[in-house]
Design a protein around this ligand. Structure first.
Ligand code: GLY
Length: 292
């Protein structure tokens, strides 16, 4: 994802899509809603947009299906909900929230998660809803070129949102199709509380994108919060230090954060990362490439 690999139309389309999601979250906060509601609104918009690897537009598994993972966490209570391997739930982030709010559990998988979704009245769709031609061609390219699991250009695109609301509560949500060509029920970091998603009013809300295996091993989202809470580090320093750990393991990716004090930021070790940021002082920005 560099200016050389994305044409002007692609840049404009992605920036517009980022703006829609950013505004969805910002509007919730401006109306007095909670950080939890804001991150769910932003991630739902990204799941519905085919430009991103989550919900509609998710990458394909090796066997040509779309299997979706998502998580949400409320920093005020450290309540959390997550789902993995769902194939019919239009907005996996909504199901993750239902797990948090309407079940006694934190993490549901596959058919059981979708049985729960139906019981809760969460919107279900035919699996074709998630499929796009561009993602299908990525799978064919991966197979034809016998590319490795983590080869550039065919991989990430996980979506996430973090927010801090007027009460100083933070929340995080993350949603993904995972890796192109994934097999054997592979699950990445996104739905794992503490790895790809974490929120704690004592530190920050964190959402991650990148090579999930290394993000799991480094427990990235919780590790950033722990460095802040116990070690007293600033969020940017903690984020960059933990991304360095991921890099030492051979992983790449990015992180977004928001603190109860209103600090927001990001870091990434990939050539680009789709991102956007808004605040009550009028900031509204989106970005793609490696400038900041
Ligand atoms: N970071 C998303 C995944 O590895 O599934």
């Amino acid at each position: 994802m560099t200016p050389e690999t994305m044409d002007a139309a692609g840049v404009a389309a992605h920036e517009a899509a980022l703006g829609v999601a950013l505004d969805a979250g910002r509007d919730v906060l401006f109306a007095g809603g909670s950080a939890l509601e804001a991150v769910c609104a932003a991630v739902s918009a990204l799941e519905d947009d085919p430009h991103f690897n989550a919900g509609r537009g998710a990458v394909f598994t090796y066997h040509g299906t779309n299997e979706l993972d998502a998580a949400v966490m409320d920093g005020a209570t450290r309540g959390a909900g997550a789902v993995c391997g769902v194939t019919h739930t239009r907005n996996p982030v909504s199901l993750a929230r239902a797990v948090m709010e309407k079940s006694p559990h934190v993490f549901l998988s596959g058919a059981g998660a979708e049985e729960f979704a139906r019981e809760q009245g969460v919107e279900m769709v035919d699996p074709d809803w998630f499929a796009t031609e561009a993602r299908w061609q990525q799978l064919q390219e991966l197979k034809a070129k016998k590319l490795g699991w983590f080869d550039a250009g065919l991989k990430y695109g996980t979506v996430g949102a973090v927010a801090v609301d007027a009460s100083g509560h933070v929340a995080a949500a993350t949603s993904t199709g995972g890796l192109t060509g994934k097999r054997w029920g592979r699950i990445g970091d996104s739905p794992l509380i503490g790895a790809g998603t974490y929120a704690d009013d004592r530190a920050a809300a964190i959402s991650c994108t990148g090579s999930g295996e290394q993000f799991i091993r480094a427990a990235v989202a919780h590790e950033i919060c722990a460095r802040m809470r116990i070690g007293g580090e600033r969020p940017q320093a903690a984020t960059e230090a933990v991304l360095d750990e991921v890099g030492a393991m051979g992983g790449v990716g990015g992180v977004i954060y928001a603190t109860p004090g209103g600090e927001t930021g990001f870091a990434f070790t990939t050539p680009g990362m789709f991102r956007g940021r808004a605040d009550s002082a009028g900031l509204r920005e989106v970005g793609i490439f490696g400038e900041s």
